[in-house]
Design a binder for this molecule. Structure first.
Ligand SMILES: [Zn+2]
Length: 270
């Protein structure tokens, strides 16, 4: 099965796909679309692994999303069992999310940071890259700056090359450069097809550190804006990336497949 497109981050495990998951995956297989399906808590991590086991064109990540900190604690025993599956290619999505918490809520911030640190240590033990989620509060870069601070403190636990992916990147070009200097790839999503806010950041990422993702079912690209997103739409994101960077779409398509395979040590499709 050739890999025509690699959607580096999706949630085919989420309930929005309950009605037509198999159909979606069948269409993906026919079009040569592969994806990494991402866990955000214990249940969805387990489901991601099950999907990866069932379908050749699906890989999985396992971890706990920072906004789940109120309901879930890190469970090393549970994840130690799950991580043994050979199609688990990263830990996360993990990171910090300031979007829905008030700046004064230091309790939640501390909990999120501890949860993130636990996953950095776990990824280090299992020699896996990180799938990083960062979402700043409106008009700031706070979550990204805090993540960079944590990464700085945990430097000895990070891989120098292919440390992971900063998923759904929505930061400045300076923030992108900071992550790149720490060995992280950067992935972009649907919003780049309808806002030029991220153009500068898109242009500073070297071609070999650029990934494309849908984060489906969320954030569908134009012309599907507002509808449920799906991995097949990654082609629209790749076309937009190429246009913004002044590069050939075919070249960017090939680069994103190659980069996703390298960052997540995926040996298929050769
Ligand atoms: Zn996600």
């Amino acid at each position: 099965m050739t890999i025509n497109y690699f959607d580096a981050h999706s949630h085919l495990n989420f309930s929005q796909f309950d009605g037509d998951r198999e159909e979606c995956i069948k269409e993906m297989q026919e079009a040569g679309i592969w994806t990494i399906t991402v866990g955000t808590d214990k249940k969805t991590s387990e489901e991601a692994v099950l999907l990866a086991e069932q379908y050749r064109n699906i890989y999985a990540t396992i971890g706990i999303h920072p906004t789940d900190v109120a309901t879930e604690l890190w469970d090393g025993e549970f994840f130690s069992t799950l991580v043994r599956h050979p199609k688990v290619v990263a830990i996360g999505e993990c990171g910090l999310d300031c979007f829905r918490i008030s700046p004064e809520d230091t309790t939640t911030k501390t909990q999120q940071r501890e949860l993130f640190e636990a996953q950095i240590a776990f990824a280090h033990i299992h020699e896996l890259p990180l799938m990083i989620h960062g979402r700043p509060s409106k008009g700031t870069m706070d979550a990204y700056e805090d993540i960079l601070e944590v990464l700085n403190e945990q430097k000895e636990f990070l891989r120098e090359k292919d440390a992971g992916d900063v998923h759904f990147f929505a930061g400045t070009s300076r923030i992108a450069e900071d992550f790149l200097s720490r060995g992280f790839a950067i992935s972009f999503d649907g919003p780049i097809t309808f806002t030029d806010e991220y153009n500068e950041a898109i242009r500073v990422v070297p071609q070999d550190m650029l990934l494309a993702e849908t984060d489906s079912p969320f954030a569908a690209p134009a012309p599907f804006r507002g509808k449920r997103n799906q991995p097949a739409y990654v082609a629209h994101i790749i076309k937009t990336l190429a246009d913004i960077r002044g590069e050939d779409t075919e070249e960017v398509r090939q680069a994103t497949v190659r980069n996703t395979k390298r960052v997540f040590a995926i040996k298929e499709g050769e």
